[in-house]
Design a binder for this molecule. Structure first.
Ligand code: ADP
Ligand code: MG
Length: 502
């Protein structure tokens, strides 16, 4: 019997004896309109069992029809991962009983996946590149969802009943499996995290998935084993499921390395099993013994023809691939001439895309950055929301910058205009008009205010004329006050200097 915390070997000691070997299996839910083999909506969050149909409910005689968009997006992912795309691939039945999978089998791909033999170059924390080899990316369907009632924390353990929701049954999934990742040593957890982060950014950039680990639209299983240094054979692996964040990817790998090493040091053996990652304490706990492929009795699905991917189609899809997110980021950083730290701040603030869009609307990167990273990030922070949830568009921000450059707004007035937009008072022009923010350009009005301020402050004027020109600031202040901040301070300064020189 183990306690909540299994005894762990010190990380450095693990590395003295063993080389970690990892394999990542990542499931990505595609954001297609409809399911992989039927026309029900694939959208998340609807009333339970409202997005169902005979196919996704596994009713007798219902026949699946392949979603072409799902195939196209599978190819897109495969190409972005530098894979070969099979001209012909097949769907197979993976047979197992699970209450949220009414057909009693999952349609997947087995020995003929659509994409195979690729790689993804990921960037580690210190900027070095690490190549992760991809074994395959194949298409399959998601299962439904069970909700367990009566236990604690929604777990099946101790539950008195379970509810089945088939909305997710049949939603397209792409499973991406790496080849064994060897040689990372101490950096194994970091490589695992960097890989999953890169994959997430990639599928998001491809526009094929929202890849939310917290919502289950991207799910990671991490396989880890230990190989005595110098040995040629791999050790037995465990497969950790239930990993919900990038931080957990790192921790799950590190924990398994330390746990397995301790088991071996105690004279035990590693059993090939699934394990569950525990968010609460960063440990993994025993799951079920791992079935082998034979247990699933895979066979080609007789209801589905081979998937044919003509080369011209594959090339058309290749032509739509966007620049890789990290390549784009590096290029943009260079174009803007900013440091790694500045870029990190921008990315962490969620300001990269808004700034890019603002620059595209006509500002310099510096102008766009100063709005998004300082003023607007602060506003978002105060409201506890993300930058892109603020009710102001990059175009509006660019327009504010334009008004400042044209001398129609001072920086201070511009902030008031932005505040108005954020408060839902309309677009920038509407707020400027409604609040009367525009800088007063009418020299007559400003001149009158200047005359008044000069007349009201003879002592300041005397000091100024005696050579202490700094005191002009006090008069500028009064003029700004009189015009309620709408005069251009530079212009006021000039006017005062001209008047007092008379
Ligand atoms: P399964 O579906 O049974 O988990 P997969 O082939 O889909 O098998 O995935 C296994 C993953 O584990 C792959 O990424 C593979 O590279 C990796 N892997 C295989 N053998 C080992 C091992 N001994 N140690 C660590 N990872 C391994
Ligand atoms: Mg697998």
């Amino acid at each position: 019997m183990t306690t909540a915390f299994d005894e762990l070997m010190d990380y450095d000691d693990v590395l003295e004896q063993y080389e970690p070997v990892m394999g990542m299996e990542v499931h990505v839910e595609l954001a297609t309109e409809t399911k992989m083999f039927s026309t029900s909506s694939a959208r998340f969050g609807a009333e339970p069992n409202s997005h169902v149909d005979p196919v996704s409910l596994g009713l007798p005689g219902a026949l699946p029809v392949v979603n072409a968009k799902g195939v196209e997006w599978a190819i897109k992912i495969g190409l972005a991962l530098n894979c070969s795309i099979a001209e012909s691939s097949r769907f197979a039945r993976k047979n197992y009983f699970y209450p949220d999978q009414p057909k009693n089998y999952q349609i997947s791909q087995y020995n003929e996946p659509i994409a195979y033999d690729g790689y993804l170059d990921v960037i580690l924390d210190d900027g070095t590149e690490w190549r992760v080899e991809i074994e395959r990316a194949h298409m399959e369907e998601d299962t439904g969802k069970l909700t367990h009632i009566g236990g604690t924390d929604g777990r099946i353990h101790g539950a008195t009943s379970s509810l089945v929701d088939c909305n997710r049954a049949g939603v397209p999934l792409i499973e991406i499996v790496t080849k064994p990742i060897i040689g990372a040593g101490r950096r194994a957890p970091e490589v695992a995290r960097a890989y999953v982060a890169a994959l997430r950014d990639l599928v998001k950039a491809l526009g094929v998935s929202d890849a939310r680990m917290d919502q289950g639209s991207m799910r990671v299983d991490s396989n880890v084993s230990l190989k005595p240094i110098g040995a040629t054979e791999f050790g037995t692996r465990t497969e950790t499921k239930n990993i919900n964040s990038l931080r957990s990817v790192y921790q799950a790998v590190r924990y398994e390395m330390q746990r397995q090493a301790q088991v071996l040091a105690d004279g035990g053996t590693i059993i090939q099993e699934t394990r569950h990652y525990q968010e609460t304490d960063g440990t993994t706990t025993k799951g079920r013994p791992k079935e082998t492929a034979e247990d699933y009795r895979y066979f080609n699905d007789p209801d589905l023809p081979p998937v044919i991917a003509p080369r011209e189609w594959v090339e058309e899809i290749r032509a739509t691939l966007p620049e890789l997110p990290w390549v784009r980021k590096a290029r943009i950083q260079q174009e803007w001439g900013i440091s790694d730290a500045e870029m990190r701040d921008i990315v962490n603030a969620g300001a990269l895309e808004p700034i890019i869009a603002t620059v595209a609307a006509g500002t310099t990167s510096g102008e766009a950055r100063s709005w998004w990273v300082s003023y607007l990030a602060q506003k978002a922070n105060q409201q506890g929301i993300e930058l892109d949830q603020l009710p102001i568009t990059p175009t509006q921000v660019a327009h504010v910058v334009e008004l400042i450059k044209a001398g129609k707004l001072t920086n201070k007035l511009a902030r008031q205009a932005v505040d108005g937009v954020l408060a839902g008072e309309g677009d920038v022009d509407e707020v400027v008009a409604a609040r009367g923010l525009e800088v007063v350009r009418d020299d007559g009005a400003i001149e009158a205010a200047v005359d008044e301020a000069i007349a009201a402050n003879p002592d300041i004027v005397a000091k100024y004329r005696a050579g202490n020109t700094k005191v002009a600031g006090a008069i500028v202040g009064q003029v700004m006050k009189a015009t309620r901040g709408k005069a251009d301070p530079g212009q006021v300064n000039k006017l005062i200097a001209a008047k007092l020189a008379e």
